[in-house]
Design a protein around this ligand. Sequence first.
Ligand code: CU
Length: 704
Amino acid sequence: MVIHIIKMRIMKAILTTIFTCFILTGAGLKTNVFAQSKADTVKHTEKDYYQIISLPIPEDIKLEVGGVCLMPNGSIAASTRRGEIWIIDNPYMLNGRAPYYHKFASGLHEVLGLLYKDGALYCAQRGELTKLVDKDGDGKADVYETVCSWPLSGGYHEYSYGPVLLPDGNFMVTLNVMFPNEHWWRGASLVPWRGWTVEITPDGKLMPYATGMRSPAGLGVINGKFFFTENQGDWEASGGLVEVDKGDFTGNPAGLVWADRPESPVKVRTSDIASRVDFRNNAAGKIEDDDPKRPYKTLFEVAAEVPGVKIPSVYIPHYIMGNSTSGFVQIPDDIKFGPYAGQILVGDQSQSLINRVFLEEVKGQYQGAAFPFRSGFESGVLRLCWGMDGSLFVGQTSRGWDSKGPKQYGLERLVWLGKTPYDMKAVRAMPDGFEIEFTKPVNKKTASDPDNYTINNFTYKYHPVYGSDIVREKKNNIDAAIVSADGLKVRLVVDSLREKYIHEIKVADNVVSDEGTSLLHPTAYYTLNFIPDGEKLNVPHRVQKPLAAEHHMDMNMNMAMGTTKGPALRKNQTTMPKTWKRVDQTIYMATKPGLKFEKPELTLKAGSKVKLVFSNKDDMPHNFVIVQKGQAVAVGELAMKMGLDAVKKSHIPNTPKLLFNTTLVGPGASQTIYFVAPAPGQYTYVCTVPGHFYVMQGTLTVEK
Ligand SMILES: [Cu+2]
């Protein structure tokens, strides 16, 4: 599979080169429309500003990074899923020398976090918080001391993350729920305090702090407050960054089984949720969200009724910005890392990238905007830590789950190259809209045209199903775009803002900087938990012109080509066509964990009437899409450009490269499609979900 990807990447590089050569040779021609239309904006990429430097890892070290931290001498400590801790000297590769690895500790149980404090390393193993000390100074830990332990059921996914240090010197650890067999993707808490965040004093006293966590892979302290990152799953519509106060409940009810214990500070009870949202605890244990008309509530609606329910500070919309939110760090004020001091960098494991979050306090709570930041890491991004020189170390692992980055594990360093990208620096909520702050002055002419911005808002369902569709989507009308005198800010006056909804803010390419550059990242997602009080600008209402690019195509109208006579079949034909008397071939296709199809190859007979039953046996949604041979990545990349539309349309772009498809199929669910097998030859089938399409592929052979 990896070789396959590399081949495809080489092909892509060759194609890009051919294409570039074409443009270069074409530049000499008299009529070159292409060069002219592109010449007015300067192209730039993330690479021009932030460089990724890979650290070589000796072949015999399986550095599946679970934790990273900076040592006082500038070395980096990295813990692994395999239970080892390595100290890496000269990770900056000064004087062209390779880093030097030595083993500090081993025999630990899946170390997914690491902290240096007062001459010792602290790590959460699955079942305990451990202090490791090198007493004799030989570079190896000789004291392994249990600070505090907690029970384990032995179930899959019972990860423990951390610790991080609170300002008062206590430790915080987050504890993943487990997935029991009968409900294999639904979180359960079989032993205390699974699904909780726990606070631990230096002398080992464990105090339950909050619950509602499902897969809290990232944790940290921002401006003195405790935050964690959640992943999509049951009851969790999308990943995001959540500020947690003591006693909060953040959404996944599995951990509430322990809320009655005297040590629990949580006031929410299971019945508070169950009386409002159907848990659908049926005997089969399988929940299929088959009925889009099923009534639902949002998390913020439940929070409005139940004190103690906490909504995320900032959503990092699933599929659109990432798939598995992981570790985060705040950019310190005193380092040189570009124009984003004080903001948060949040990793994404499966997409192998880092997003950026701007936080602001509104009505006493944090909320803010998420932006893309840097993609292209070599494996799944899990842990981030600052080096001594202000560069960012990025600890990575695919951990049995594939990531977009092709390697099984990796350690890389992200370095700012000293140039400021033209980007949205921040988006702030205003009483009547948003204020976008840019890193460089904008061209005032284009920036003051409100038609050069689009805003859509949406929310998610709160339910026991894995993830959620985007629901209640609404377009906002923009009445004015007012540019500040220095050209660094644009105030958008927006009609009918919706409190508690996520607002997608898009800036058109022609809102260029003074230097003629388009934005490096033109889209932001602002989680508007509160609209701030204050004076509204008095501007007349106007009706926004729709952008030419906003062409909405109903997926049901997406017709398949090359089928037999009679009414054309849909690409997603889910009932047997009336003209068919029988099915010639019935094919069963399923998914399996680790971004795989159960069968890597399929054979069909050309022209035969095919019924294909696609069953999703994994714990996340997938689709099944047949595309022209070798077009899986091209179609997947088109799907990634669909933005908000992507989830609604099941990541199915409108392209002739795509022949037939299922829509998104949730965990445990299935969908049947009908199509006529195309002309003899080879085809590719793929799941077009972002991050999946690079690896989740198979080969379809159509025979005569
Ligand atoms: Cu998939």
